[in-house]
Ligand binder design. Structure first.
Ligand SMILES: [Fe+2]
Ligand SMILES: [Fe+2]
Length: 245
């Protein structure tokens, strides 16, 4: 697991800058986390596991969007595209730390060993603009849209205020990420010659609908309720029902 704290005052300022970009600050009250005495050991154990998976998921976002930024830089993409993806990488880094903090609230930080190293996107031989298009369409649009749907379900399912606030903060950023994905896809399709993008566009057209269906099926199959529900560990199928997108 990566080290989260620093005693270097210069680096600490960058940490404060990044923390300051949170869409919903967790200070005042919610930062203490849930009152664990109100939950069973089983609730807490399931929640620790769920939030550890979220740490991994958010860090995977850092890895993937770093690849996206690198492809965009290689393709000399417009400054607004670079600015958006640069910000999104920062968001995912902050989400990683936030989810790690929740594992800490749940008392699980010492006992869990998360291996964040070695994650990498498989590299293709596509031109950089096409690689960027593929990541923007699949990860920043489709995966983020589905994650928005799941986060909304968790906001509905979670009564614990501190945990709910974390979900709301993540949700607000992920809505913005999915919107950035749609804008980026449009910009790339408009800005780069068809012959550079044709193969990836055909691949995306053929696969994305099935991938979306698969993600929804998986999310629903996992929604079986059970321990830790109030702490963000489990959903029920009905939690997906309102505002589904
Ligand atoms: Fe995230
Ligand atoms: Fe995101």
């Amino acid at each position: 697991m990566i080290e989260l704290a620093t005693d270097d005052p210069v680096l600490a300022r960058f940490v404060r800058d990044l923390d300051g970009q949170a869409s919903i600050a967790l200070e005042d009250g919610a930062s203490a986390g849930p009152e664990l005495a109100r939950y069973t050991a089983e609730d807490i154990e399931h929640a620790q596991l769920a939030w550890s998976h979220r740490v991994m998921g958010e860090y995977r976002g850092v890895v993937i969007y770093t690849e996206l930024l690198s492809a965009l830089i290689e393709a000399e993409a417009p400054y607004p595209a670079l600015a958006a993806v640069h910000r999104i990488i920062g968001d995912e880094l902050r989400h990683t730390r936030l989810c790690a903090e929740v594992v800490g609230w749940l008392g699980g930080w010492e006992s869990l060993h998360l291996d964040l190293g070695g994650q990498r996107m498989p590299r293709t031989d596509d031109p950089p603009a096409a690689r960027a298009l593929e990541i923007a369409a699949r990860e920043l649009t489709l995966v983020e849209e589905e994650s928005v749907r799941t986060l909304r379900a968790y906001v509905r399912a979670t009564a614990e205020p501190s945990i709910r606030r974390v979900f709301e903060s993540l949700l607000r950023d992920e809505v913005r990420h999915a919107a950035a994905g749609r804008s980026l896809v449009e910009l790339l399709e408009r800005s780069y010659p068809e012959h550079e993008l044709a193969t990836v566009k055909a691949r995306l057209r053929a696969r994305l609908p099935e991938e979306r269906r698969h993600l929804r099926e998986q999310a629903l199959a996992r929604a079986v309720g059970g321990p830790g529900r109030q702490l963000g560990a489990r959903l029920l199928p009905g939690d997906f029902e309102e505002h589904s997108c």
